[in-house]
Design a protein around this ligand. Structure first.
Ligand code: DC
Length: 237
């Protein structure tokens, strides 16, 4: 509805990209899903794509340091994202990619430049087909440096661990807070220090700290930014 007005007002409708980057547990997925739902845009979880590559590597016994095979596998991976689900080569892997082993593996395969090239190509193709809210680590810096809106979503490390712990326990996993904190610290460290496309705030991204905000407050703050950037302040509704 809100974008309909924008599209009707413009004879050559432009595709919109909202980029959301930040560390694990900052609330990117929740925010990106909500914003996409409110604006009628396509939600793309790029972390799930690296997770899919890691899951395939685990199943094929490809070592994380086998850069050549990992790149081939990332190129060959047929990844389909649909609301709330992900398929790899025709198989639904939505639940299979949420294990601690796949989380850590995704961060390891994401270091490999050839894997990143393959994933970035797939992500750009998705952004060319539709208006998207895309979340990840390098969306505003590398995948879509000209994104209409760039958000860098952050939260205190302790709060990020608490959120992930709640999610894991809701899935029935038996995880300790200390163990999870250690895994997340290791993953954030690797994601922020790798040579190729590390997690970083784009110079023109808006920094948002979600530590003391509700999901609704974060959503409203971002919708306000999108409205002002994309429609020059015109209201969508
Ligand atoms: O968002 P997530 O926790 O599901 O991502 C899993 C891993 O994938 C993360 O530790 C780093 C990597 N990743 C990346 O390097 N670039 C992205 N755009 C998204 C995720």
């Amino acid at each position: 509805m809100l974008l309909l007005f924008y599209f009707l007002a413009d004879p050559k409708p432009k595709r919109i990209v909202v980029a959301i980057d930040g560390p694990a547990g900052a609330g990117k997925s929740t925010l990106a899903k909500r914003v996409a739902g409110r604006l009628g845009l396509t939600y793309i979880d790029t972390g799930a794509m690296y997770r899919a590559a890691a899951l395939w590597a685990l199943r094929q016994n490809v070592g994380w340091d086998d850069m050549h095979r990992m790149e081939q596998l990332a190129i060959a991976a047929d990844i389909e994202l649909s609301p709330g689900r992900i398929q790899l080569n025709g198989e639904d892997i939505t639940e299979a990619i949420r294990t601690p082993q796949v989380s850590s593996g995704a961060s390891k395969v994401a270091v490999i430049p050839g894997v990143r090239r393959a994933m970035v190509a797939k992500q750009r193709a998705m952004g060319e087909r539709a208006s998207v809210v895309m979340e990840g680590r390098d969306i505003g810096t590398v995948v879509f440096p000209n994104a209409d809106v760039k958000i860098f979503l952050d939260a205190d490390p302790q709060e990020r661990v608490r959120r992930r712990l709640r999610e894991s326990r809701a899935r029935g996993e038996d995880v300790s807070e200390g163990g999870l904190a250690e895994q997340m610290k290791e993953r954030d460290q690797r994601d922020s220090t790798r040579a190729d496309a590390p997690l970083a705030q784009a110079p023109d991204a808006i920094y948002l700290d979600s530590t003391r905000l509700t999901e609704e407050e974060v959503e409203e703050a971002v919708l306000k930014i999108v409205r002002s950037r994309v429609t020059n302040g015109k209201d969508f509704s």
